[in-house]
Design a protein around this ligand. Structure first.
Ligand SMILES: [Zn+2]
Length: 116
């Protein structure tokens, strides 16, 4: 700072810097509070979301009892499985449902063996 006022000017400069620093600090505190507020809001929202998420699943369970699930038979292991969980595969023009990929693959392999 190149001014001719000497110590007084120096004091003004330091005081200005101090004021500026204080302002920055206050802004920082406000920002920190804002961030903490946002984080706590997000946590609260997440907790609420989890609580609300559990409710429809309870409702669904009740609905499932009212509406019976359509069951299909796995032609490989002969297990009955809900249609929506089954793996659907068209084998020789016939729709087949499998409980898992292994059954599907084994069924396809065995089918090929029978034909050949
Ligand atoms: Zn199976």
């Amino acid at each position: 700072m190149g001014c001719g006022y000497g110590a007084q000017c120096c004091f003004v400069f330091i005081s200005n810097t101090w004021q500026h620093g204080k302002q920055l600090l206050e802004t920082g505190v406000i920002m920190l509070r804002l961030i903490l507020f946002i984080i706590s809001t997000l946590i609260l929202y997440a907790i609420l979301h989890l609580l609300i998420k559990d409710m429809p699943s309870i409702r669904k369970r009740v609905n499932r009892r009212v509406e019976p699930e359509e069951l299909v038979q796995d032609p490989y292991c002969l297990t009955y499985i809900p249609k929506r969980l089954a793996i659907k595969k068209n084998v020789a023009g016939k729709e087949c449902y499998f409980c898992n990929r292994n059954c599907l693959e084994n069924y396809l392999k065995n089918g090929m063996r029978e034909k050949g």
